[in-house]
Design a binder for this molecule. Structure first.
Ligand SMILES: *Cc1c(COP(=O)(O)O)cnc(C)c1O
Length: 373
């Protein structure tokens, strides 16, 4: 992945610097407004990262020690870590082999009497079945938080991901679809949650620093609760506003590059590819392929072959429960998670990828698999 950044982003960042207001200020407000408008959310709260967003989501839902939160192990480790930040217990649930997402069945088998929430990840931009998960969770009083770190520009039922649950978290890390360097945002329809989130990101202050400056009269702020410093800067937001304007083009190009990978490789036995679920579309934030047991090369051999031709690839989605940070953490059987993390690879894909570059990847994989070009 390579972010697509241009002169407009450079100019926007420079303008923020020239203004002298570089911390959270008017540009953060404008970025929040633009994001809320785009996805149709009532409120948007910009934060320093999606990890911070997941943390604060659990804080405002009142999740804490003694509570269980169902998460996929097959996710970036921040999903599970957020649960630990609030002193709750991550309960790992398995995923579906085709979508690599949690399903109603895998969530249900991970529920305990202490389950307070589920963090539903749209893995690599692949939309998860939010509606079905709510059908399972809502009657049980289990909150659903969507980890949409990778899913800006993905759709469910024709609408952009972002309004399916009380709290939906996005990331603007350069590895995602659009970037602010680092950054995240929470979308919510609930004014009470938005107000508290705005306070918690800024040390628990009852009025933001930028609002205080706008007042034009002295005002002494109060600190209503123990908050955090999870603010986004105006330099980042300035870049984010420009990036948002590129979203449609970026997603379109990624779907085109994905279709071309499938076209160039789908005759090879032993490789499986992601595809849209019946209810939505993926943005292909990451494009994976899964190697079957009878593929002529292993995943690691394929990565090595690509590497020999100076083509970068990544292992598939990680599994948190296999990391030292979760050694000794009790969990149920996770056969699909363990299969996917060992057998999948993420192929190169970035907006400015040329046709030649793309063809070189396809040819190299065909060679490695012992197939004709
Ligand atoms: C990248 C990612 C995160 C973390 O996002 P940051 O903005 O880097 O904190 C969380 N969850 C998932 C699924 C991710 O892919």
């Amino acid at each position: 992945m390579k972010p697509w950044l241009g002169e407009a982003e450079q100019a926007a960042a420079a303008e923020a610097v020239a203004s002298g207001w570089v911390a959270q200020g008017p540009r953060v407000g404008a970025f929040e407004h633009a994001m809320a408008e785009l996805v149709g959310a009532q409120h948007a709260v910009a934060l320093s990262s999606c990890t911070a967003a997941l943390h604060l989501a659990l804080v405002v839902l009142g999740v804490g020690p003694g509570d269980d939160v169902v998460v996929p192990s097959l996710s970036f480790i921040a999903t599970a870590n957020a649960v630990r930040y609030v002193g709750a217990r991550p309960v790992f649930a398995d995923v579906d082999e085709q979508t690599q997402n949690l399903t109603v069945a895998t969530i249900e088998s991970a529920l305990t009497p202490a389950t307070r929430a589920v963090i539903l990840v749209h893995q690599a931009g692949m939309p998860a079945d939010v509606e079905e998960v709510h059908t399972l969770c809502d009657p049980r009083g289990v909150h659903v938080v969507e980890d949409a770190a990778c899913a800006i520009g993905s759709t469910i039922g024709g609408a952009l991901v972002g309004t399916g649950s009380d709290l939906v978290a996005f990331s603007f890390h350069p590895r995602k679809i659009i970037t602010t360097g680092e950054g995240g945002m929470l979308m919510t329809a609930r004014a009470d949650l938005a107000e508290r989130l705005g306070r918690l990101r800024e040390h628990g202050m009852n009025v933001s620093a930028s609002k205080r400056h706008e007042l034009g009269r002295p005002m002494i702020e109060q600190y209503l609760e123990t908050g955090f410093n999870y603010r986004m800067t105006d330099i980042q937001a300035a870049v984010g506003i420009v990036q948002l304007g590129r979203l449609g083009e970026i997603v379109e190009r990624r779907r085109e590059l994905a279709a071309r990978y499938v076209e160039g490789l789908s005759d090879l036995p032993g490789l499986a590819f992601p595809s849209d679920p019946p209810f939505g579309t993926t943005n292909h934030q990451s494009f994976w392929t899964v190697l079957s047991n009878d593929a002529p090369v292993t995943r690691d051999e394929l990565m090595a072959k690509l590497g020999e031709r100076r083509i970068a690839s990544r292992r598939g989605i990680m599994a948190a429960h296999l990391e030292p940070a979760y050694a000794g953490h009790v969990h149920g059987a996770l056969p699909t998670t363990e299969w996917l993390t060992a057998h999948s690879i993420i192929l190169p894909m970035f907006h400015e990828m040329t046709d030649d570059e793309h063809a070189r990847v396809v040819t190299t994989i065909r060679d490695a698999m012992g197939a004709a070009r």
